[in-house]
Design a protein around this ligand. Structure first.
Ligand code: COA
Length: 326
């Protein structure tokens, strides 16, 4: 059986660190509140003249280096992002041009923080269609540029970064075993950015009202997120006839440690097997999972044949999972 195997990973986070103590000087908050409510200690912030594709490009180059591939070897570049360089063209096209992946077809996926899982699911299908393909999947974000730095309810949570993986067709048991995708558009008001689109085109008024910033009903979203992560993880286990104890490592979307702990508790999944790096990066939206995948790979926290469960949720509301034999 042909499967889509992850042959390389790469990630990049901008060097500038913003700590909870820095935030104490910007809004009425405290390191104690942020760490106890979210698990975040610090996040990375991109420089003013940097765009999302710049971060994606660095992650892409690192993945290509690990794979030993040239940019021209890529057939597809699928980028999950909620903070694109521009409305159009897509951020993937900028990444394609910056790395020189002349042969690749580049496009973006927009499904909130779950975008990376959606992109991964598409990549799997492209490879099943033609196993000779090499497909790059990215999650890349500069959330700091859509954050209202006077809103303590959101500005303490998000950060910037990018992750990339490369998939190739391979005979055998290793690779993507399943993906499951869901959404409930009726819940869109839990997290959205109202300004700049066709509903509220950019104007002095939209800018004056701060409509180009993230709006979030954190408390309500928290409950939806716990349920979504638990349900989609259980669905993935059931589909693959697996039990929690069969999974070697779970990489959940890193939005809030308390959400992850509550979801793990609901499905009796041991926290020792859950990978967390939210403390260092905050919520980098669609980049949290590929950054974590790169870290576990480079730090030797996964080995060939391990079973990995990815699960995510995000604006939309969207949620999804993937099970991978590493
Ligand atoms: N510092 C200090 N106090 C803060 C604060 C901050 N940064 N942000 C909010 N508060 C205050 C609130 O104003 C509120 O005060 P009040 O009781 O006087 O009204 C109090 O803390 C509790 O707020 P609440 O929103 O109920 O806290 P919470 O325990 O739900 O935690 C979040 C807030 C945002 C951390 C949490 O709801 C969350 O993580 N939600 C999900 C968000 C998410 O995952 N978004 C991304 C999806 S991809």
């Amino acid at each position: 059986m042909i499967r889509s195997r992850i042959i390389a990973t790469g990630s990049y986070a901008p060097p500038k660190v913003l700590t909870n103590f820095d935030l104490e000087k910007m809004v009425e908050t405290s390191d104690e509140w942020i760490i106890s409510r979210s698990g975040i200690r610090e996040r990375r912030i991109a420089e003013k003249n940097t765009s999302t594709s710049d971060l994606g490009t660095q992650a892409a180059l690192r993945a290509l280096e690990m794979a030993g591939l040239a940019p021209e070897d890529l057939d597809f570049i699928i980028t999950g992002t909620n903070s694109p360089d521009m409305f159009f063209p897509c951020t993937g096209c900028f990444i394609q041009a910056k790395i020189g992946a002349k042969k690749a077809a580049a496009f973006d996926v927009s499904a909130g923080c779950t975008s990376f899982i959606h992109a991964l699911s598409l990549a799997d299908k492209f490879i099943k269609e033609d196993p000779s393909r090499k497909v790059m999947v990215l999650g890349a974000e500069i959330m700091s540029k859509v954050t209202d730095w006077t809103d303590r309810g959101t500005c303490v949570l998000f950060g910037d970064g990018a992750g990339a993986i490369i998939l190739a067709g391979e005979e055998g048991e290793r690779g993507i075993l399943s993906t499951h995708l869901h959404s409930d558009g009726a819940l869109w008001e839990l997290l959205y950015m109202p300004g700049g689109g066709s509903a509220n085109p950019s104007s002095h008024e939209t800018v004056d009202k701060g409509m180009h910033y993230i709006k979030m009903a954190g408390n309500q979203l928290f409950k939806v997120a716990v349920r979504a992560l638990a349900d989609v993880s259980q669905e993935a286990l059931k589909y693959n006839r697996l039990k929690s104890q069969d999974i070697d490592i779970m990489i959940p979307h890193q939005a809030n440690t308390r959400i992850i702990e509550a979801a793990a508790k609901l499905i009796s999944f041991p926290m020792e097997k859950v990978f967390l790096n939210i403390e260092k990066y905050g919520n980098t939206s669609s980049a949290t999972i590929p950054i974590a995948m790169d870290e576990v790979q480079r730090e030797g926290k996964v080995k060939a044949g391990d079973l990995m469960l990815l699960c995510s949720f995000g604006t939309g509301v969207t949620w999804g999972s993937a099970v991978i034999r590493w």
